[in-house]
Design a protein around this ligand. Sequence first.
Ligand SMILES: Nc1ncnc2c1ncn2[C@@H]1O[C@H](COP(=O)(O)OP(=O)(O)OP(=O)(O)O)[C@@H](O)[C@H]1O
Ligand SMILES: [Mg+2]
Length: 444
Amino acid sequence: MPRLWNRLSLRARLLLPMAAMVIGGLLLGGLALQTFSPEQFENENAQGARSAELVADALNAALAAADNPQQTLDAFAGALRMPAAIAFVPSGSERQRVASDTYRGGVPAWFTALLQIPELGSTHPVEIRTAHVGDIVFRPDLSAEVLEKWVGFLVIAASSAALMLLAGLSAYFTTGTALCPLAQLGAGLTRMRNGVYDIAIPLAGPPEIRKSCAEANELAATLKRLSRDNRDLLRKLVAVQDDERRELARELHDEIGPLLFAIRANATALSDPDAEGPPDPGSPAHGILSATEALQQANRRVLEGLSPVYVAELGLTASVQAVLRNAQSQAPGLGVTSRIDPRLNVLDGLLSQTTYRVIQEGVTNVLRHAQATTMGVMVTVNGGQIEIEISDDGIGLRQNLTFGRGLTGMHERVRALDGELHLLREQGRTIVRCRLPLDHAVVL
Ligand SMILES: Nc1ncnc2c1ncn2[C@@H]1O[C@H](COP(=O)(O)OP(=O)(O)OP(=O)(O)O)[C@@H](O)[C@H]1O
Ligand SMILES: [Mg+2]
């Protein structure tokens, strides 16, 4: 039962108790009629019954004292000829029904049955010298009383129905005016959950709901501010990270690079200065030389990872192509296809850095995890946004994928620019799809 109630709409919850109240009221009315009306009928007709008895006693006394009782009786009968509740019925005449007359016209039988009308008629014998000559009959006409009760019942039933109709209509429209703003409030909250904070929820409906809508709008404003702050913070974080990396790369390139070069040159010089060609394998100079070469290579690798120097110097298109060439050289068996929009070179610093980093990390991931035979890289500028897609036909993403530093960094960078990042598997291909809105300053 409580579960059924929980499933009922607000309107049904309001209307059902009203209907139950009206029906309960009518049933109680019927019960009261059934309980009290027999006594009422008796009380209302007690006077008539008593009069019939008195008339019979008086007539019998008059007939006993009269010289000519028959003449007296005829005179009495003549005077009582009019149809009335009390009548004289001579014996031998067709016996009239003594039962009370109940009004039937228009009153349904169930209602007269409900009233439980008691037998109110009575018969009082009239005698002339012990001979029974007729009866004084009391036969009340209850039609007016039954009709009165029926009309009363109809009035109560009709006014209850009208009341219920009015209450029902009022509940219907009141809930309508309350439900519509509630639905708008719900839609507004869903929009907020999806990150749309600019569409205000209309302030409508009763004050309680209007207040909730106003508070939800306040919440949207706060969330919008927080999300903007969050984005700004992320943007700063990414920018600071990039600056630091650039700084570190510069140090490595400008300070460590020349030093390594100097060590290498000196190691070569240290070996027999007269000998031509590289130093003997196993000689200390050879050891220093090979260690320095390894350090130089490691330095180059770290430099590449730290800062996409190409982006600033070569432009984004050429830098991306360098990443692809590099990937191809690392995995010669991998079929690489690409479509790079040439207009990318005019993108501003953070946008081009992010685009480069997304492609770099996506490609590295394909090489490291996908076991793919083909890889596609696509970067286009479309309808005010940059679309980046790195796809491969490899093994696909793990079921319980956890982001490492690569995907986390990618996600943060994309969020900092208000973009979207999706990892999907479509038609046997793993796809990293990223959309970055173009800065307003950049018009392509
Ligand atoms: N193209 C892909 N195919 C299959 N799995 C992938 C692909 N790209 C990413 N993954 C999965 O996603 C995981 C997380 O990738 P993510 O780049 O965040 O970290 P990582 O590559 O493991 O380490 P790093 O922090 O050095 O990048 C990977 O460990 C890998 O399981
Ligand atoms: Mg990675």
